[in-house]
Design a binder for this molecule. Structure first.
Ligand code: BES
Ligand code: MN
Ligand code: MN
Length: 483
């Protein structure tokens, strides 16, 4: 029971003539009245260090799943904690709106590791309010954003006792490590997960005060490359020049993957990409993107990338290649004249729609083998792979979402693409035939995956308001009231 329900009824409510229910509060009033408690509850979830990548946090990930289960239980929803050989999946449903559509809401309660710890102004798992922001690991990615939809469902169920549409929540604990067990679950539960549209809030707005709907995401192929040379580390004076050095080889391989114009050199890499329409390029160019501010925000003195494309195009609609980490050889203070026995790297490609991660991996393997000299043993392993996606922009659900966001944020959203990846989006499309509404409440300077991650509290509340409208707007789609 919430405090709002104990509020003394106003005169007009007492006079309300209704045989079944006397509505004390509307869902829209409820979210305003309960906003500060919603913040406190988000803080509770943020205090649980549910780092999915780190074995030491296994129990914490389970605690975050339990916390989600308790949320749905309090709403009277049917909820399950689904065990997997990885982290649990939380599934909750409310299906009592006949003739109304069903939305499948996805989110993740796991977070990225918080390191480097010394770079945090306040500790990552002690949520702290500063300048209208809430600082904590997971504040925006994705605990804060995901919770907006749980709170809007609460607002409806605690006031009206019903939702305008049917809702299925699918909240996982392995997004940051590739969603392997979620994909197995989806493959075996098509019927349970059947819906008309999917909703995910795990992206961003275009700029502060300018909300957005994201219609495209890049995919990803992530690799680790290990090179082994001599049986042990050697003196580079006695052996250098005669024994093949794995670190030299690694440097050659990593640079061979891209040319000076920023073109990725894996054979066939660009072959399946469809050209971008002039109209789409025009639309991206018309967004009020501030390149100076972007440089300042990233701390870059110059920008660089594929020749012939703008910064937004390079980030959103063109593939990219990044070395994510390199190790091997001497890393300590001063100089050590060593010819290392091994050298290693992690690197990844961001992909755009129609690029096939498996085909690219096969071509990459062949290319690296051809670059690998005798005397070096090479091992290439791939972890998560996901294709890029573009969702339909002309669907009536999109219109409904835009209306809901306009009502929640006070401004019509712009259509954008983003460079990050949410692997489940293509799985929803391929296996469940679902288009996803990517309704992001984050901001570019939220420091996702970085120290001092934050979520703007005003956006948390605007997100809840937009979501409260969303269920009603989505109902109108099937009633034929949307485009
Ligand atoms: N929320 C992000 C995805 C995202 C990032 C969307 C930036 C839009 C802009 C998600 O949690 C994430 O971090 N995804 C990973 C992929 C995953 C396979 C590790 C990513 O993009 O690196
Ligand atoms: Mn996320
Ligand atoms: Mn993330």
């Amino acid at each position: 029971m919430t405090a709002a329900l104990f509020r003394p009824p106003m005169a007009q409510e007492i006079n309300a003539i209704s045989k079944r229910t006397i509505t004390l509060t509307t869902p829209y009033e409820y979210v305003e009245e309960n906003g500060s408690r919603f913040e406190d509850e988000l803080c509770e979830l943020l205090r649980i260090p549910s780092v999915s990548a780190d074995r030491a946090h296994r129990d914490d990930v389970g605690k975050a799943a339990d916390w989600m289960v308790a949320q749905f239980q309090r709403l009277g929803m049917d909820v399950q904690r689904i065990e997997t050989s990885g982290h649990p999946i939380v599934y909750a449903e409310w299906l009592k709106a006949p003739n109304a559509p069903t939305a499948l809401i996805y989110g993740h309660y796991d977070v990225q590791p918080p390191d480097p710890l010394q770079a945090w102004i306040s500790p990552p798992f002690e949520p702290t309010r500063r300048d209208g922001n809430l600082y904590a690991r997971g504040a925006t990615d994705d605990k804060g954003q995901m919770l907006t939809h749980v709170k809007s469902a609460e607002a409806w169920l605690k006031t009206e006792g019903r939702l305008p549409i049917n809702l299925k929540f699918l909240i996982e604990g392995e997004e940051e490590t590739g969603s392997e067990h979620l994909f197995q679950y989806i493959a075996n539960h098509h019927e349970q997960l059947r819906a008309e549209v999917a909703v995910i809030s795990d992206t961003g707005q275009f700029a502060p005060g300018q909300p957005a709907i994201t219609y495209g995401l890049r995919g990803i192929c992530y690799y680790e490359l290990n090179l082994r040379g001599p049986a042990r580390n050697l003196h580079s004076g006695s052996f250098g020049g005669a024994v093949v050095n794995p670190a030299n080889t690694l440097a050659r391989m990593l640079t061979a993957l891209i040319d000076e114009e920023g073109k990725i050199q894996v054979p066939g890499f660009y072959e399946d990409i469809e050209p971008i329409s002039a109209e789409e390029r025009r639309r991206l160019a018309s967004l009020p993107f501030d390149e100076r501010a972007f440089m300042k925000e990233t701390g870059s003195t110059a920008l660089g990338g594929e020749t012939g494309f703008s910064t937004l195009e390079r980030r959103w609609i063109r593939p990219s290649y990044d070395v994510n980490g390199v190790w091997g050889g001497y890393q300590g203070e001063g100089a050590k004249t060593v010819l290392p026995a091994e050298a290693n790297a992690k690197f990844s490609f961001r992909l755009v729609p129609r690029q096939d991660p498996e085909k690219i991996t096969a071509a990459l393997q062949a290319m690296l083998e051809s670059l690998c000299p005798a005397g070096i043993q090479m091992k290439l392993s791939g972890s998560h792979g996901a294709p890029g996606v573009v969702v339909r922009q002309e669907s009536p659900f999109m219109q409904a979402a835009a209306d809901a966001i306009e009502k929640g944020f006070g401004r019509r959203p712009v259509l954008i693409r983003e460079g990050g990846s949410i692997p489940v989006v293509s799985v929803f499309h391929e296996q469940l035939g679902l288009d996803t509404l990517l309704l992001g409440w984050g901001l570019e300077d939220d420091n996702t995956h970085a120290p001092n991650e934050k979520f703007c509290l005003a956006d948390f509340h605007r997100g809840i308001r937009a979501s409260t409208h969303l269920w009603e707007e989505l109902r109108r789609v099937v009633a034929g009231e949307h485009g």
